[in-house]
Design a protein around this ligand. Structure first.
Ligand code: GUN
Length: 296
């Protein structure tokens, strides 16, 4: 069997088109232009690229895009003051502070300072708690994108066995919560899991989010399973000085066994930015007391 490729790039492009349509309608019908502020502290090269892409995508969808760049030695109090100003700015409906932050800044303090209604990353404990107890919440973008792709591939998720590898606050934990909310039977594996291959072989849905290049081998995968690879790992390439991007799953091996699989790149990555835009529209509507348009 050769698995169906889950084309995250095409999926994200279609979602972004629907978002742009919803933004145009909000503008016309309610005079509302959703606004997203992205804050970058320092000049980490990967973060710089991500922040530029987020700004461009926001603008392309017809939303207000504000990018705030602060030097790497910015004191925590200064960043907190900026977050406070953005919380009070009525043009801004979503705030994202790009991680990682420099060592003098406590990321948890910054996340706690963001108005939960504007927390389009879904990192604030209020949003994490709301997700955990089944209340409407801002949901972290990467797991949200994974759920959209899973629903597209599988339709009904109820009753399926799912394994999430990784327990980060950004991906693994919220992913597990979303799968539980969709009535899956969910196992969370991590670095202390005793029999990871065995856990994988039981899973109809496998989500790998550990940041270990090609950890999951083809013979760990249950035949026909749906595999979502969140990993983005740079490893040495075939030529000297070159690198290549691989996921947490050994793609060629897995593709021969799985029913459907996301590639890296071109799978989960493009969906994360599209879901950030979707969250910004959701946040703007909730703040404006307007019904949230269906985007998924
Ligand atoms: N750094 C890497 N991924 C993310 C993300 O999803 N949100 C934020 N704020 N920072 C990140």
């Amino acid at each position: 069997m050769t698995a169906r490729l889950i084309d995250g790039k095409a999926f994200a492009a279609a979602l972004r088109e629907r978002i742009a349509g919803a933004v145009a309608t909000l503008n016309r019908a309610h005079g509302l232009q959703p606004g997203l502020a992205v804050v970058l502290v320092g000049e980490d090269p990967a973060s710089t690229i991500y922040v530029r892409s987020k700004g461009e995508a926001t603008h392309a969808a017809g939303m207000l895009s504000v990018t705030e760049r602060l030097p790497a030695d910015t004191p925590e109090a200064e960043l907190l003051a900026l977050v406070g100003r953005l919380n009070r700015d009525p043009r801004i409906h979503g705030i994202l502070v790009q991680m990682p932050l420099p060592p003098q800044i406590n990321a948890n303090a910054v996340i706690a300072a963001i108005d939960p209604a504007k927390d389009v990353d879904g990192f604030h404990v209020e949003n994490a708690g709301r997700l955990a107890v089944g209340l409407p919440a801002m949901v972290p973008c990467t797991p949200l994108g994974c759920m959209m792709m899973l629903r597209d591939v599988l339709g009904e998720l109820r009753g399926r066995s799912a394994l999430v590898i990784g327990r980060s606050n950004i991906v693994g934990r919220p992913m597990a919560q979303l799968l539980v909310a969709a009535d899956c039977t969910v196992t969370v594996a991590h670095s202390r899991t005793r029999d990871l291959p065995g856990e994988c072989r039981r899973a109809e849905i496998l989500v790998a989010a550990v940041g270990r290049p090609e950890l999951v081998r083809g013979d760990w995968i249950r035949p026909g399973a749906t595999v979502i690879d969140v990993g983005m790992n740079r490893i040495p390439g075939d030529q000297p000085g070159k690198t290549r991007l691989v996921g947490d799953v050994a793609f060629a091996e897995a593709r021969a066994v799985a029913g459907a699989i996301t590639p890296v790149p071109g799978g989960v990555g493009p969906m994360t930015i599209a879901c950030l835009l979707a969250n910004t529209v959701t946040a703007a509507c909730r703040q404006g007391g307007i019904a949230v348009p269906a985007l998924a």
